[in-house]
Design a protein around this ligand. Structure first.
Ligand code: URA
Length: 424
């Protein structure tokens, strides 16, 4: 009997497992437009409640991947490895990381997206560099990987087009937060890049997309399993996102902080996570090199400069600066015991660093500088946060977002690990 959409919907609604034929019918039909948005939304909602079995998810992911092209990186001449982060506030790690890992001899094809909501997008950050171009042809990607070893660019429309359509629908139908849908969405895009190995930075905590550690662990395990089933060497690190990474949240502010890391400075947490992910990436492709040495001797910074120039950017040009600044001061004296990542992300977004709709522009200079982080001492009246915006009218909403975001106590908070565990 021929498959039809109502049978597909009823199967999942009643807790059954979709057959290979039903999955192919749905993914192909939705991508080509023969299945309507309301039918696809109904299936996504049924998956939110009913979940998916591992072999069902593997078939679903394969069909999403097969909906478009897969990049052929065979001509790159170096082992290829990428990183994906589930996103966090101040998460600029991709910027220094691609340069460090490429400087150690691997090729990093970082095909990224623009930000939506309170976590910034890698392309938005890179686009604050004057002249830098996000859009590259496949030939340009391969060429740059061969010559420089690092590319950060926009994922083209032919990579996993089924996900493009489905993710946009999930975004407006309350169906993003289902582990099988998230895992297949991320992995179909990453597998389409053609990388031979992948390291996943799966975040938990208030600023993360899945705040509960158990859900983050489940997502990480699911994605590692999917990667392995495609012979892509995949590991995940579960990392904390309760407080912003580093001190900067905002596009140009984060580029500046990333370059500080490449120059051998920068905040300790950004350095720690960059090195932890770099080591995992190099290990995945069998390169025995010390990423810290690549920073210390200037190779990583030289690779960054070459990557930016290859895409039309000027790494020496001054970055955009917001027209206005406002300081948020400490209400009491003591140690900062909590600085809430989500509140800082929402404040940066409100100041103009992020967008609410895909079409919105972002302000390159807007954002938040965290002048004090958990563990730092502060006296009443001293600056805690510095808000940057092009439009002064945005400060009030950002200050409201930050109400209750900082706790100050008599003692510093107990230390907690940034990298909680590794999932192989
Ligand atoms: N990021 C993605 O790419 N897909 C999801 O479903 C969720 C986060």
């Amino acid at each position: 009997m021929a498959t039809n959409i109502l049978d597909v919907l009823r199967t999942k609604r009643d807790g059954g497992q979709l057959s290979e034929e039903q999955i192919e019918f749905f993914i192909d039909g939705y991508t080509t437009g023969t299945i309507a948005d309301e039918q696809a939304a109904a299936l996504c909602m049924a998956i939110v409640f009913r979940g998916m079995e591992p072999d069902e998810l593997a078939t679903w992911t394969r069909r999403m991947l097969d909906s478009g092209e897969r990049l052929d990186l065979a001509g790159v001449g170096r082992p290829t490895v990428d990183k994906h982060s589930t996103g966090g506030v101040g998460d600029k790690i991709s910027l220094p990381l691609v340069a460090v890992v490429a400087a150690c001899g691997a090729a990093v094809p970082q095909l990224s997206g623009r930000g939506l909501g309170h976590t910034g997008g890698t392309l938005d950050k890179m686009e604050s560099i004057p002249g830098w171009r996000a859009s590259l042809s496949n030939e340009e990607v391969v060429d740059q990987l061969r010559t420089v070893g690092a590319v950060i660019c926009a994922a083209g429309p032919d990579l996993a087009p089924a996900d493009r359509k489905l993710y946009a629908l999930r975004d407006v139908t309350g169906t993003v937060e289902a582990i099988p849908l998230i895992a297949s969405s991320i992995m179909s895009k990453k597998l389409a890049e053609g990388t031979s190995a992948l390291v996943l930075d799966v975040k938990f905590g208030s600023g993360a997309f899945l705040p509960e550690v158990e859900r983050a662990r489940q997502l990480a395990t699911t994605m590692v399993g999917l990667g392995r089933s495609y012979d892509v060497r995949t590991v995940a690190l579960l990392t904390a996102m309760d407080t912003p990474l580093g001190r900067a949240a905002g596009n140009a502010l984060e580029v500046t902080e990333s370059v500080e890391v490449l120059k051998g400075g920068g905040p300790a947490d950004v350095v720690e996570l960059t090195l932890a992910l770099a080591r995992a990436m190099l290990e995945q492709v069998g390169i025995d090199a010390d990423p810290a040495a690549a920073i210390a001797d200037g190779r990583a910074l030289a690779t960054w400069d070459a990557m930016v120039r290859a895409q039309g950017g000027d790494p020496d040009a001054p970055l955009p600066v917001a027209a206005h600044r406002r300081v948020v001061r400490a209400a009491s004296s003591g140690h900062v015991t909590r600085l809430d990542a989500r509140a800082v992300g929402i404040a940066a977004w409100t100041l103009g660093a992020g967008r609410s709709r895909k079409e919105d522009p972002v302000s390159a200079g807007a954002g938040v500088m965290c002048l004090r982080k958990p563990g730092d001492e502060v006296a009443a009246g001293e600056p805690l946060l510095e808000l940057h915006a092009d439009d002064e009218a945005r400060f009030a909403a950002a200050e409201a977002a930050l109400a209750g975001a900082v706790d100050i106590g008599p003692e510093p908070p107990p230390p907690s690990p940034l990298v909680l565990e590794r999932i192989d």
